[in-house]
Ligand binder design. Sequence first.
Ligand code: GUN
Ligand code: FE
Length: 437
Amino acid sequence: MESSAVFIGPFIHSERFERVTVVDDGIVIVKNGKVVLAEALRGRDAASLCSSLGVVAPAVVLRPGQLLLPGFVDAHLHAPQFPNAGLGYDKTLLDWLRTYTFPLEGRYSDAEFAAKVYDAVVRRCLSAGTTLACYFATIHTESSLQLARCAVRAGQRALIGKVNMNINSDTAYNESTQSSFDDTHSFVDGVQQLQSSLVQAVVTPRFALSCDMDLMKKLADLARSRNLHVQTHISENMGEIEAVRATYPQCANYAEVYDRAGLLTNKTILAHGVHLLEEELRLLAERGTAVAHCPASNTCLRSGLCDVRRLLEAGITVALGTDVSGGPTPCILDAIRATLDTSIHVSFSKKNYEPLNYQEVFYLATLGGAKALAMDDVVGNFQVGKEFDALLVSAPDPDLHFESLDSLQLLQKFLYCGSERNIKEVYVQGRPVKQAF
Ligand code: GUN
Ligand code: FE
């Protein structure tokens, strides 16, 4: 378990939403997977600092153009949908689900197929710098457990949900209320039996059009009694919202459906939230429920422009999600850029509206994601005591840096122009985990 490491060079992380913290002359010391020191070196001797902390490890000295950053958090994606990434964007949400998504997800009744896909998914996400992923799997218990095993084996931190669906699927892909509930119990037990500090089970009713109130209430009880996270979708698309209104006429709005079921907790993360009403924002803020912003998906499926600043100003914690395969790539760098684009597009139709800037969006991709998943006591930045989930990045196009760039400029180059090629190493709990895929 001993994993110690020492990094000497510039690091950047978020301690607050408004701006990042830059430490140019930095040293980060990791002991047993945890940060024990992260500050400016200020002329001190690195070796004696390490020995005073009982750490013996060769120092990684960053080269010019390199930065140490916290790992990315992908707060919403669908592991089984990776084979469909980039396909099927000729339809909007409900038709897309019926035509492309449910038939593919149905294939995960075959656990061998699942093991093959999920192994590639986890390696792909780690290579893209996602050190913490919050995954939807499918309705199948054994396949969903395969995803948890793949994450543990590859060393990725992950929240994983076996999906619940007992209504409205006109394909073979559905479950009875009883089997949905019983299988969720087995799945939660199965994840706990892995005895890994990296993975946790998440209660995952697909959305209000896939689960009836009876099942959602039972799942909410389970989440409460076992202190589990909850994840689902909300207010992604107008047709979906209309259908929810027709299905639950006794509820004033979409958020109230989940609230009546007892699903809105401070460990709940709701994907999308594009079209939420003011009263829904107030309810989510009151419950401490977070939103995963999935801008690439919202564009590909033509769901709408989500005004993230409005959510933040209502007091809601916001994370970023790739929503593969609603979105085409599992790269949080792409989600960061899509968030910046979307925010600028929102600003075009508003007076005195300041679009999100790159430092604010970097926060959403790191500490904001950790907060949204109620894991900011464990990860999200390099605060002493947290686990060391990090990226060692090299800014792109060094040949074109005619002037030497400062650390904030290197961060901008990485966020706006970078790709996975610029992520040289990925660490989870202090262990290097970047893999070929
Ligand atoms: N709403 C319910 N299921 C899904 C899904 O798989 N993807 C997206 N984007 N929205 C959903
Ligand atoms: Fe989704």
